[in-house]
Design a protein around this ligand. Structure first.
Ligand code: ATP
Length: 605
């Protein structure tokens, strides 16, 4: 019986799976577990613990690592100042002995728990664990959550508790894909999950594991896993891959992917991870009811923020503020706007098998656009530069790669997220990233990353600041050998904005004694700077020596661009000076290698 099975059995499976290197063995072990321990066909009780990120039966726990740390500290009755408490709080860094586990909260917690829990299994059953997790999710305050955690601690050993923590954090890091787990359970499980996003339903409908299931189409009211876009490096690559197809190019809007399901007066707003976002309901439901002319419908699109007074999209992120204003009935310049770029269901039938071109036609028929609240994204003419109406173009049918390239440049100038290219003859497929849709975005770096760059040169300003240095050329350090200071600096970007006049004056006054004019092309820059020959990169003055210079923290529109102008492989778009770092010595400048790693780690999908 699944429910009566001890959780320790599942823990052994987890530990074994994590250690094993063979995907085939991992899969067969998992299958054996289902065969032996779920004979009563109650698969859901176990599978929800194995794929916790797909389980929507319990609400969210409201316990991310930092809150979980303090709750565990309290549950264990530790002082918040104790060494182990600090270890939990600073789990990213790890303590003196935790270096190896740093960054993995569950492992740091297991170390701490090992010193406090016995070795013997607590003999907790799967049923008891699920009940306690339900209680953890439904408890409303920290004290209640702490008390559930302390019950769990009493009933487990450190290894078991470690896995429970990973279940709470919804990531078991088993090294086996969700696809394989579904496949070992039932050959139709993945497909059924993709069109229902309902793990319980999948486990129950497919409990006869030898019986194939009739292919199910999408239904109104059940979230469906979205069609995804494949990332390509440049317009030429995308164009080549879509060779011979009719291609629509769209702006990639920067909001929240939301599926709107209309079932009469019932409206759902499902996000990418199939949560129903009720915060949109208050402001948007009536609009949807009134402006979608069929009774039942599913729209796929991006939820954005529209600024009524500026008459343009505002930066996404003010969601909470808008939700609150909507709830409180307050007047605000900002409101939600859904941009529907696809339609999946109309009336009594799914339409995902129809071509995108046909679905665009359906969008036009079914949705009545409402300025500032509900728009549809269908081809609306040519590129902005060709568009006589002056209305911005968000979508057009491209005739050649140059048009794609130009549109991409326009969107970036406009600070949009990039573009999406779509095969107009393609159907919409749940969870597919095969290349019917392709996305092209500028490289970007993680928001919040501070880039500390060194001033290596200056440019004179014009007008008010004529004859005075008003902009800087900043550089990144060449990776220094261990325990030495960097010896060379590589030009990175030109930056002028961000400082007040007084702040700028202070920097210029401090650096003035070290400004050296260098004439091109006769003289090369000082040997400790690596630059290209590009004209934009010829500052009017160089800083005589890097050890006299000052570090600036640069922020940018979280975008980087591949650099042809500067010597570093990437530069920043719309850089701004955030702070002058008088407190940082010149040699603590970011090095190029770390910067490249930062760019790559931020661009995984
Ligand atoms: P990303 O972080 O790049 O948004 P993702 O993994 O969330 O990636 P992808 O399918 O890879 O999703 O990229 C497409 C995403 O871009 C969609 O999920 C959607 O949120 C967003 N988007 C914005 N505008 C469009 C558009 N016109 N067509 C399709 N998707 C769009």
């Amino acid at each position: 019986m699944t429910d009566q099975t001890e959780f320790s059995v599942l823990c052994s499976l987890f530990t074994w799976t994590q250690r094993s290197k063979s995907p085939a063995k991992k899969r067969s072990k998992f299958r054996k577990f289902l065969d032996s321990f779920c004979k009563d066909k109650n698969y859901f009780s176990a599978i929800r613990l194995i794929l916790p990120n797909l389980d929507r039966e319990r609400g969210t726990y409201g316990l991310k690592e930092s809150v979980l740390a303090t709750s565990l500290i309290d549950a264990l009755g530790m002082s918040r100042e104790s060494e182990d408490a600090l270890r939990l709080i600073n789990w990213r860094k790890g303590g003196a002995k935790t270096g190896v586990n740093a960054g993995n909260f569950a492992l740091v917690a297991a170390e701490v728990l090992q010193r406090r829990q016995g070795m013997a299994s607590g003999r907790l059953t799967i049923r008891e664990l699920n009940d306690l997790l339900d209680k953890l999710a439904s408890s409303e305050n920290r004290a209640e959550k702490t008390s559930v955690l302390s019950t769990l601690i009493q009933k487990t050993n450190a290894q078991e508790m470690k896995w429970i923590i990973m279940i709470i954090l919804k990531d078991l890091k088993l090294g086996i894909s969700e696809k394989s787990i579904f496949h070992e359970f039932h050959p139709d499980a993945e497909d059924l999950f993709n069109v229902t996003c309902d793990l319980k339903l999948v486990c129950e409908k497919l409990k006869d594991r030898n019986q194939r299931h009739k292919r199910q189409d999408i239904v109104v009211g059940k979230a469906v896993r979205p069609q995804l876009a494949k990332r390509v490096a440049n317009a030429t690559e995308a164009w080549k891959k879509l060779h011979g197809k009719e291609v629509v190019v769209e702006c990639k809007f920067d909001g929240d992917r939301i599926q709107i399901h209309k079932n009469g007066r019932d409206i759902y707003f499902f996000s990418r991870n199939f949560l129903d976002h009720s915060e949109y309901r208050h402001a948007m439901s009536d609009i949807i009811v009134q402006n979608i002319v069929v009774d039942r419908c599913i729209l796929d699109g991006e939820m954005l923020v529209w600024d009524k007074s500026l008459n343009r999209f505002a930066e996404f992120g003010s969601n909470q503020e808008i939700a609150k204003a909507a709830r409180d009935g307050l007047d605000s310049d900002r409101q939600w706007q859904d941009v529907a770029f696809d339609i999946l269901y109309v009336g009594d039938t799914s339409v995902i098998h129809q071509s995108l071109k046909e679905r665009h036609e359906l969008l036009r028929k079914v949705v009545r656009p409402l300025k500032g609240s509900l728009e549809i994204l269908i081809p609306n003419g040519g590129l902005n530069t060709d568009n006589p109406t002056g209305e911005p173009c968000w979508s057009f049918v491209a005739r050649n790669v140059d048009e794609v390239e130009r549109f991409f440049k326009e969107t970036i100038e406009n600070r949009d997220e990039g573009i999406v290219l779509k095969d107009l003859g393609s159907k919409w497929e749940p969870s597919d990233r095969g290349g019917k849709w392709m996305k092209l975005k500028p490289e970007y770096i993680q928001a919040g990353s501070d880039l500390d760059a060194l001033i290596i040169g200056g440019y004179y300003g014009s007008g008010r600041r004529g004859g005075e240095v008003a902009q800087f050329l900043v550089g990144l350090a060449e990776h220094p050998s261990p325990n030495t200071h960097p010896k060379r600096f590589i030009s990175f970007c030109r930056v002028g904005t961000g400082l007040s006049d007084d702040e700028l004056d202070a920097v210029v006054t401090k650096l003035k004694p070290y400004f050296r004019k260098y004439e091109y092309p006769k003289k090369r820059p000082p040997s400790f700077y690596q630059v290209t020959n590009h004209s934009k990169e010829r500052p009017d003055v160089w800083i005589d020596s890097p050890d006299k210079s000052i570090i600036l923290t640069i922020t940018s529109d979280i975008r980087t661009i591949e650099s042809e102008v500067f010597a570093a492989p990437y530069s920043l778009r719309f850089p701004r000076i955030d702070r002058v770092r008088y407190d940082k010595p010149w040699y603590e400048c970011l090095d190029v290698q770390s910067f490249i790693e930062l760019v790559h780690s931020s661009n995984r999908t």
